[in-house]
Design a protein around this ligand. Structure first.
Ligand SMILES: Nc1nc2c(ncn2[C@@H]2O[C@H](COP(=O)(O)OP(=O)(O)OP(=O)(O)O)[C@@H](O)[C@H]2O)c(=O)[nH]1
Ligand SMILES: [Mg+2]
Length: 467
């Protein structure tokens, strides 16, 4: 047999088989086989299905006990289930449509699937909207029915919709144990407190506004600018020729690299600053035989720092950012002709109230009775201005004819305009005072601004003091 004929024979065989499987008559033949096998229960030459069926029959020999489903051959039962499932999946029209879209997409690519999904989403949204509108309509209808019921309905309906009667609680105005009355009182107090707070806030606000409205005089403004007072940028100081590497650079001559105190213009301040005595009671004050300049002010205002800055001897007087470091009256000798006195600060100090009161009493006693005291430098923080305690001390000094001079400190913290405003504000406030020494001084121990001017003003005391 040639190769062609063998191949042709094989092909023919395959075609015959396929035609047999697709031929309904062939199917019928197979069915007839199974039927025959059903009928012929004793035959051993039956198909596999028939065998299993026979086995089942043996388990349940009594036909009356037989379940109806068990009588159906397994293959047929499975097929029927499959049919059921397939029909149930086409229950709704939308499902059917989607399935059609899925199976019969004209292009079958991603884009089409996406567009179909979009269409589905739109449909869903429309459904939601329809449902919502129907909900709204039903709510409106219910509302209308309810109102009609109340107006037109019979008596029973009206009774049903009547608002419940509120229980009236009689309040006894004289019974203070009544909780509701107590509540009212608390509420009123709370309101009052809130109003008070608001009022205080508005006063604070107006104070701030008042400060902003101050128009400093031309002389003060020019003094602030000439002495580079106020917050300045380093580049500005460098451009002006100051060496910003030095401590308190503005207290140096421009272009200078020297930190020597020998360069200080006032000879008295070139002397070495030496600790002389400390006193926490008036009995331990040193004898009043040398003119004294005292530095007073609130805690943390910068008294001790100013002493160091004036003498350019950093670290002789201890300073701290914690208020209340200086707790005694400290006397420092500056040559034979002058003493600088560092007073403990008042107000904001981390100390017990009774201790603070003792310091204040000591300061007051020193300021009002010390015969050798030639000047009190009352230091005021430029940012915060004068406080009631400062005013108290001023009043005391006025009463005891003690000469005092206001010194604004930490000017480097605020803008130049605010330095000028604060100076103007305090000058205006103390214009009528008799013991005050003009002019008001403005300094910064950090930048060194205004220190030279204060030195000049204080050096005159040592020069002209009569003893
Ligand atoms: N920015 C700035 N800070 C300053 C200036 N002077 C002092 N300080 C700082 O302020 C803080 C308090 O300074 P002190 O000199 O200890 O103040 P005091 O008034 O002696 O304080 P008490 O001894 O507590 O009364 C320190 O941290 C200083 O560095 C200043 O001119 N500018
Ligand atoms: Mg101090």
């Amino acid at each position: 047999m040639s190769l062609d004929t063998a191949l042709g024979h094989k092909l023919k065989k395959r075609l015959k088989l396929s035609s047999l499987s697709s031929n309904p008559s062939y199917k019928g033949r197979s069915r007839s086989i199974t039927q025959r096998s059903d009928d012929d229960t004793n035959s051993r030459k039956t198909s596999k299905t028939t065998v299993s069926y026979l086995k089942k029959k043996r388990v349940y020999p009594n036909k009356a006990e037989h379940n109806h489903v068990n009588e159906i051959p397994r293959t047929m039962w499975a097929a029927s289930k499959r049919n059921q499932r397939s029909t149930s999946s086409f229950k709704t029209s939308t499902d059917a449509a989607t399935s059609v879209f899925k199976t019969k997409s004209p292009r079958g690519d991603d884009a089409t699937r996406k567009s179909y999904r979009k269409r589905d989403d739109l449909d869903n949204n429309a459904d939601v909207r329809r449902r919502k509108s129907s909900d709204v309509q039903s709510f409106k209808a219910r509302k209308q029915a309810f109102s009609e019921k109340r107006v037109v309905g019979d008596g029973s309906d009206i009774q049903e919709d009547k608002p419940r009667k509120r229980k009236r609680i009689r309040l006894d105005p004289y019974d203070t144990s009544n909780k509701r009355i107590d509540d009212d009182v608390v509420l009123d107090e709370g309101l009052r407190v809130k109003n008070k707070k608001d009022a205080v806030k508005s006063v604070e606000m107006s104070k701030n506004a008042q400060f902003r409205a101050i128009q400093p005089s031309h002389s003060i403004l020019s003094y602030v600018e000439e002495n580079l007072l106020g917050r300045r940028r380093l580049i500005e100081l460098k451009k002006a020729g100051y060496n910003t590497e030095l401590p308190a650079p503005l207290d140096n001559i421009p272009q200078s690299t020297s930190t020597e105190r020998e360069r200080i213009e006032e000879s008295v301040f070139r002397n070495k600053l030496e600790f002389f005595a400390a006193a926490n009671v008036s009995s331990s004050f040193p004898p009043p035989d040398v003119p004294e300049i005292a530095f007073a002010g609130r805690s943390n205002v910068g008294k001790s720092s100013l002493l160091n800055a004036l003498t350019r001897q950093w670290g002789v007087v201890r300073t701290s950012d914690k208020p209340g470091l200086t707790q005694t009256i400290n006397f420092f000798g500056l040559g034979p002709k002058l003493r600088l006195v560092d007073l403990p600060g008042y107000s904001f100090a981390f100390a017990k109230d009774e201790v603070k009161e003792a310091w204040e009493d000591l300061v007051k006693e020193y300021v009002s009775t010390r015969t050798s005291l030639k000047r009190v430098c009352l230091l005021v923080d430029t940012k915060w201005g004068m406080k009631p305690r400062d005013q108290e001390l001023i009043n005391l000094m006025e009463r005891s004819n003690t000469k005092y001079q206001i010194v604004l400190t930490k000017t480097d913290v605020v803008f130049p305009m605010d330095v000028a405003r604060r100076a103007m504000q305090i000058e205006e406030k103390l214009k009528a005072n008799r013991s005050i020494v003009q002019p008001l001084m403005m300094v910064s121990s950090r930048s060194g601004a205004g220190i030279g001017s204060l030195r000049t003003a204080l050096a005159k005391i040592a020069k002209f003091a009569k003893f």
